[in-house]
Each structure stands twice: as C-alpha cells, then as structure tokens.
Design a protein around this ligand. Structure first.
Ligand code: NAD
Ligand code: TYD
Length: 347
C-alpha cells in the first residue's frame, strides 16, 4: 500500500510516520511536508534511510505540483496532517490558515478524486482534525461526535471548514473518508510555541512563564504517541464516513498544569522546590480564548478498544526528559525566526 502522510515533519506527523514506517514494512510511506518553521527533518533522523520511506518536500497549496505527485505515486490512502496549527499565529495572520488548512486540503481532495475517479476500493482519505472545531464548553459537559461545530479562532474555523469539505466530498463524490478530532497533544518534538514545550524551554533558561488571563482555562491533554496509536487504529479499523473524538480523559486547568510542570522541572534540574513557580507571570489574555475543551472519547474506546497508555504525570516526565536530553534540537529551533516571533507575541 502506498500512503501519503502530509505534515510528517511536524510534531504529531513525525510520530505517526515513525510508527507506520516501523510497524508496516509492506507499506510505502511518503511524507510530504513544506518544512515551514514547524517542520523539522531532525525529527525523523532515525528512520530517514528506511527502504519503505520517502520524504517529499513540497507545499500542499501548489496545485500543479500536488496533481503531478498524485499521478506519479498513485497514493492509495492519504493521512492529512499538514496544517498551520498555532492559535496565536492564526490571530496574527488568519489568511495563512485559510491557504494551507482550507485551500491546501481542497487541493489534496481534488487530487485524490481526480486520480481514482470513483474507483475507491481499498482507498481512504483520513483528515486529522481538532476538538477546537466544537468551540468552547462551560464548566461542565463534554464534546461528542454529534456536538455542533462552533469554532471561535481563525485556526479552529479553518479546521472546521476543511472538515466540512472532507465530509462533503464523501457525500457528493462517494469519497471514502474518516475524520478524527483530537484534544491537545503534548510530547517529544513539539515546537516550543505551544504551552508545554514553551514553558519547558523558558524554565531551562530561567525566563518568565507567560500564563494568559487568570490561568483558569481548561484543556484535555493526550500524549502524542497515544494519538499516533489511535490514528493507526482508526486508519485500519475505523468505519468510513465516520468521525471519532480522541482525548486523554485528562482535563487540566492551565495553572494547575503549569504548577505540576514546575515541580517536575525543579526536581529534574536539581533546583530548590518552588524556584520554577516563581517564574509564573500572568499576562494579557488571548483574544477569543476558549474557556474549556473536554472530549468524550468513549466511541474510540467502545468501538475500537483504544485508550491512552500513560498517565499525564508519566507522559509529562518523559516529555521533559526528552527536551533536557535534546538541548541541541531545542537550540536549533529557537534561534533566528523564533526570537522575532517571541518578541512580537510576548512583548
Ligand atoms: P505542527 O505545526 O507541528 O506541524 C505541521 C506540519 O505541517 C509541519 O511539518 C509543517 O512544515 C507542515 N506544513 C504546514 N503548512 C504546509 C503546507 N502548506 N504544505 C505542506 N506542509 C505544510 O502541527 P501538529 O501539532 O503536529 O499538528 C498536526 C495536525 O494535527 C494538524 O492538522 C493539527 O490541526 C492537528 N491537531 C493538532 C493538535 C495538537 O495539539 N498539536 C491537536 C489536534 C489536532
Ligand atoms: P496552546 O498550547 O497554544 O494550545 P491551544 O490554544 O490549541 O489549546 O495553549 C494551551 C493553553 O495554554 C491555552 O488555554 C492557552 C494557554 N497558553 C498560555 O497561557 N500561555 C502561553 O504562552 C501559551 C502558548 C498558551
């Protein structure tokens, strides 16, 4: 089987590419990635020479290039992760999110449709999406697969839009698809613009920890390798035309999560208890900040037997250990452009 994974040089994509390349030697995995600021081939050094793996550099918004690629390699399945993925950047530059997340997805859908022309036996277009499409919850309740879409940020609006197009191609053209909407991921190789790796990097460097608003926002957190395993299950056993919510059964208020992270960092860095917490600084809130995301992942559990394999404390500890033993990775991605982004976002 030839599988195209888009965005495979990014955070979740790199874990997924590795899982598939190692677990399925009979599949050929093509990883298509534009290598934006968030894409990094260092994430895949250990598998880059495997015979069932090919990296393709390119942009999903380049229609001519994408059509040529589909005609050349005849991808039987697509697992589509390439996206602009950071909410704060979407507030600064919403159009970039429409280009990649909406138009890029459309270009892939068209290329897949034009290649197979209705002959969809053993084919699948799998769209990786987010729980943020459902908008925000109050203090109670959970997002289920039937919760109405109600996106609040340009990022979530662009992901909601692309989900709708994937579903529409299923209904209109009979294209076999599946969509999963996952909660916040954390783990090795996450770009340090998202909460957990940003704060790990700042603690290492004794920089302040910018908590937005009062810190009482709630997210559900899932270890990235558990997300990759869930994608594997849905890809092989999920029902076509279905959507599945994936979550960690693991809700944390930001401020409580940050305090846990600080405590683990103090211990691992042999710093006196309480030193990292002193770096916490409450800063101006994110506009349109969603109060709470929480996932009901019972469909994944009941129908596919999936559940997360690590507790949050274990996953967080493994994550911190990885960043502490990969300082070069962290230094490389936080030089240059990152400094400009940081100044603009936090000053
Ligand atoms: P990421 O930002 O780490 O990686 C995105 C990857 O896509 C990068 O390698 C980047 O180079 C590539 N890319 C961006 N624009 C491209 C383009 N135009 N053409 C080709 N490649 C391009 O993102 P991530 O956190 O790994 O998220 C992956 C997917 O999972 C996204 O679709 C995101 O919406 C979704 N998701 C993420 C989370 C999360 O917590 N990180 C949760 C749920 C869903
Ligand atoms: P983030 O990692 O950006 O993920 P998302 O916005 O997709 O949930 O943010 C997670 C939470 O942490 C969110 O409530 C915003 C908050 N946050 C901060 O308080 N400070 C920060 O510097 C960042 C990046 C996020």
């Amino acid at each position: 089987m030839t599988i195209l994974i888009t965005g495979g040089a990014g955070f979740i994509g790199s874990h997924l590419v590795r899982l598939f390349v190692e677990k399925y030697p009979a599949y050929h995995i093509f990883n298509l990635d534009a290598l934006t600021y968030a894409g990094n081939l260092e994430n895949l050094k250990d598998i880059e020479n495997k015979s069932n793996y090919t990296f393709l550099k390119g942009d999903i918004t380049n229609e001519v290039f994408i059509n040529e690629l589909f005609n050349k390699h005849k991808f039987e399945s697509v697992i589509h992760l390439a996206a602009e993925s950071h909410v704060d950047r979407s507030i600064e530059d919403p159009l970039a999110f429409v280009k990649t997340n909406v138009i890029g997805t459309m270009i892939l859908l068209n290329a897949f449709k034009n290649l197979w022309k209705g002959n969809y036996k053993s084919k699948l277009f799998y769209h990786i999406s987010t729980d943020e499409v459902y908008g925000t919850l109050g203090q109670t309740g959970l997002f289920t697969e039937t919760t109405s879409y109600d996106p609040n940020s340009p990022y979530s609006a662009s992901k909601a839009s692309s989900d709708h197009f994937v579903r529409a191609y299923g209904e209109t053209y009979g294209m076999p698809y599946v969509i999963t909407n996952c909660s916040n991921n954390y783990g090795q190789n996450q770009f340090p613009e998202k909460l957990i790796p940003l704060f790990i990097n700042n603690i290492i460097n004794n920089k302040s920890l910018p908590v937005y608003g009062d810190g009482n926002y709630t997210r559900d957190w899932l270890y990235v390798k558990d997300h990759a395993k869930a994608i594997d299950l849905v890809f092989h056993k999920g029902e076509q035309g279905e959507t599945y919510n994936i979550g960690g059964f693991n809700e944390w208020k930001n401020i409580d999560l940050v305090k846990l992270l600080c405590a683990q960092m103090d211990e691992k860095l042999n710093r006196p208890k309480g030193s990292s917490e002193k770096l916490i600084t409450y800063v101006k809130d994110r506009p349109g900040h969603d109060l709470r995301y929480a996932i009901d992942a019972s469909k994944m559990n009941k129908e596919l037997g999936w559940k997360p394999s690590v507790t949050f404390e274990e996953g967080l500890s493994k994550t911190i250990d990885w960043y502490l033993s990969n300082e070069d990775w962290l230094k490389n991605v936080t030089s240059g452009e990152y400094q400009k982004y940081y100044q603009k976002q936090y000053n």
